[in-house]
Design a binder for this molecule. Sequence first.
Ligand code: FAD
Length: 364
Amino acid sequence: MVFNSSDIGAFNDIWVFCEQRNGKLENTDFELISEGRKLADERGSKLIGVLLGHNVKDIAKELGGYGADKIIVCDDPALDVYTTDAYTKVLCDVAMDKKPEVILIGASNIGRDLGPRCAARLHTGLTADCTHLDIDMEKYVDFINTSSTLDLSKTKFKMEDINLKMTRPAFGGHLMATIICPRFRPCMSTVRPGVMKKAEFNQEMADRCEIEVYPVSISQEDIKTKVLDVVKEAKQIIDLIGAEVIVSVGRGIGKNVKEGIELANELAEAFGGGVVGGSRAVVDSGWLSADHQVGQTGKTVHPKVYVALGISGAIQHKAGMQDSELIIAVNKDATAPIFDCADYGITGDLFKVVPMMIEEITNA
Ligand code: FAD
């Protein structure tokens, strides 16, 4: 199989690596498919989902209902549980054969492991942890016209080739860096979970979507590790990304941490069942576990209601919650930056304000 990552003109289609665990699709699949659909429509190319696993043909059919033109299924016992070697081998085999222009992978634990391995094996670049993706032909033409380092005579790309702009936070979130991969294909990106809008299921799309079963070729020599056992984490993980209401606490609960967290729980309950999140200050202090953290190094969320209690609103916290539909902030400092992105701001002591909010909501 001939594969040359700098033969730009040979590459087509937008791919999404669809992650599944124990036969269950991950939320990032629906987010990446919706984002991939947008890019494919702008580009005028096909959107293809690639699903690896064992006995996953049924979930491939389900996946087809979210907007991909085709799902490529690689089904093999060696892909039952994720291993770096097996997944890298199979995903790269299919990519070398079919030559996609773009591969999007969720920045989950699996995606962060798989993406760079595949990029290295495919001799291309990867932009990690992207929060925004875009195709911008005009800027691309400007770039190649003005770049002093890019020798056009040595590259084979055409003007109509895609320029995928991959944007991610840099320098501790103080600036957003937009990165392109002009000389090699596929353009690869891992995408931060919870940032892109999710695609909705549609039966007509499911009926239209083509399913291609790709023959997997993998041997024991390809796999250098062996999974002996899979141990599930005993503690309950908070589903911040799927929650409709999140009540987050910050260092402002410091004078009585236990009462602060109880109040946040009660307020979340009063909203009809929300979950409690927290700032990094709260997680670093050990007041809440890491799965509660919202922000740049925590989860990116966009619930219907986000309540920030005693959170100052540092840029790294806002990066994870500012796209929430409705933001309510309680802070005793009227100049706290959290109020800049809040729809409703209450200046006051959270220990006095929150019981009043609970009473109002309960009696409403
Ligand atoms: P503080 O900034 O200390 O704010 C506490 C607030 O509580 C103050 O505004 C105060 O006025 C208010 N307050 C105090 N008492 C009360 C009271 N009784 N009633 C009402 N208000 C009260 N942070 C995140 O949250 N998430 C991240 O993912 C994240 N990632 C980071 C990544 C990097 C690379 C870096 C450098 C930092 C990151 N941070 C992150 C940390 C971030 O910069 C802030 O330090 C952190 O968000 C501050 O948390 P806080 O708002 O709870 O605490």
